[in-house]
Design a protein around this ligand. Structure first.
Ligand code: NAP
Length: 292
C-alpha cells in the first residue's frame, strides 16, 4: 500500500507557485491577488478561509478578506460581488459557501464574473470544463487530478467509480476522469443515494473516489484488491484527544481498507491540502491570463 501524501504534494506545488510569483515580480508584473468574501462565523468556513489566506501568503500572493455578518442582505452581497467583478487589482475572488438561507447561493455564483471565478463554480466555467475548453476547474476535483498525475496513477482504460454527484466534487470529478485527454480516458460510473447494490459497484472500481460525507462509509468488502482509493470526505467528529474537541474523519474506513489498496489518501492530509493549492493554481492562471 502506498500513501498519497497530499500535504507533501501540496508543499511541492506551492514551492513551484512561489517561484512563478517571483518571476512575475522580477519581470515588473503585479503580485497575484485573491480575495475571499466570508459571511457569518461558521467554524468550518472560518478555518477554510483562514487556510486560504495563509496559503496566499506562503506563495507570495496578496490576499484580502471581506467580512459580513449573518444578517447581510442578498442585495448588499450581490453589490459587493459586482464591485469585485470590476476590480482590476484582483485576479480572482471566492464567496465562501455555505451562505445563510436568505441568500441564494445560485444567484451569487451566477453573478461572479467567470473570469474571476477561481472556485470554478460559475455555470460558464462548468460548461467550458465539460467540453474540454480552458476553464477554472473546481478546486477539489482539480486537486485530485493533480495527485493522480503526480503519483503516475494511470486512468486511461480504468474503471473509476465516483460516489457522490455534487456540483463541486462528484460531478466535475466524473467529467474530468472521462474526458478524452491525458489523465482522463477512464470509464466512469457515478453512484449516489439512489444507487442500488452500491457495494457491488464499488468493488468493480480500479479507482474509487468517495465524496459522500458519511464517515467510514466505504468498508473493506467494497474495495477490490489493488484498487486506488481517494477519500474526499471530511466530517468533523467529536474527539477527546484533540484541543478543539473534534477531528476529521473521511468516508473510507481507512484502517480496514488501506491494506487492500495500491494507493490511498489519508484524512486529514490527502485531498484537503490539495484543494486550497488548486485555488492558488487557478488564481495564478488568472493572473497570467491562461484561461480567458
Ligand atoms: P454533498 O453535496 O452533500 O453531496 C454528497 C453526495 O453523496 C450526494 O451526491 C449524495 O447523493 C451522496 N450520498 C449521500 N448518501 C449516500 C449514500 N448512502 N450512498 C451513496 N451516495 C450517497 O457533499 P460534497 O460537497 O460533495 O462533499 C462530500 C464530502 O466531501 C463531505 O464530507 C465534504 O465535507 C467533503 N469535501 C471535502 C473537500 C476537501 O477539500 N477535502 C472539499 C469538498 C468537500 P444524492 O445526490 O442522491 O443526494
Amino acid at each position: 500500500m502506498n500513501l498519497i501524501d497530499g500535504k507533501l504534494t501540496s508543499k511541492e506545488v506551492r514551492k513551484d507557485l512561489a517561484i512563478e510569483v517571483e518571476k512575475i515580480l522580477s519581470a515588473g508584473g503585479r503580485r497575484p491577488h485573491l480575495a475571499a468574501v466570508l459571511v457569518g462565523h461558521d467554524g468550518g468556513s472560518e478555518s477554510y478561509v483562514s487556510g486560504k489566506m495563509k496559503a496566499c501568503e506562503e506563495v507570495g500572493f496578496k490576499s484580502s478578506l471581506i467580512r459580513y455578518e449573518d444578517d447581510v442582505t442578498e442585495e448588499e452581497l450581490l453589490a459587493k460581488v459586482m464591485e469585485l467583478n470590476e476590480d482590476d487589482g484582483l485576479d480572482g475572488f471566492i464567496v465562501q459557501l455555505p451562505l445563510p438561507k436568505h441568500i441564494s447561493e445560485e444567484k451569487v455564483t451566477e453573478t461572479i464574473n467567470p473570469r474571476k471565478d477561481v472556485d470554478g463554480f460559475h455555470p460558464q466555467n462548468v460548461g467550458r470544463m465539460t467540453i474540454g475548453m480552458p476553464a477554472f476547474i473546481s478546486a477539489t476535483p482539480q486537486g485530485i487530478m493533480e495527485l493522480l498525475k503526480r503519483y503516475n496513477i494511470e486512468t486511461s482504460g480504468k474503471h473509476c467509480v465516483v460516489v457522490g454527484r455534487s456540483n463541486i466534487v462528484g460531478r466535475p470529478m466524473s467529467i474530468l476522469l472521462s474526458q478524452k485527454s491525458n489523465h482522463g480516458n477512464a470509464t466512469v460510473t457515478v453512484c449516489h443515494s439512489r444507487t442500488p447494490n452500491i457495494q457491488e459497484v464499488c468493488r468493480q472500481a480500479d479507482i474509487l473516489i468517495a465524496a459522500i460525507g458519511l464517515p467510514g462509509f466505504v468498508k473493506e468488502d467494497m474495495v477490490k484488491e489493488g484498487a486506488v482509493v481517494i477519500d474526499v470526505g471530511t466530517t468533523r467528529i467529536k474527539s477527546d484527544k484533540t484541543k478543539s474537541g473534534w477531528k476529521l474523519k473521511g468516508d473510507v474506513d481507512f484502517d480496514a481498507v488501506a491494506p487492500k489498496c495500491s494507493y490511498i489518501t489519508p484524512v486529514p492530509g490527502g485531498v484537503g491540502p490539495m484543494t486550497i493549492t488548486s485555488l492558488l493554481i487557478n488564481t495564478l492562471k488568472s493572473a497570467k491570463g491562461e484561461v480567458y
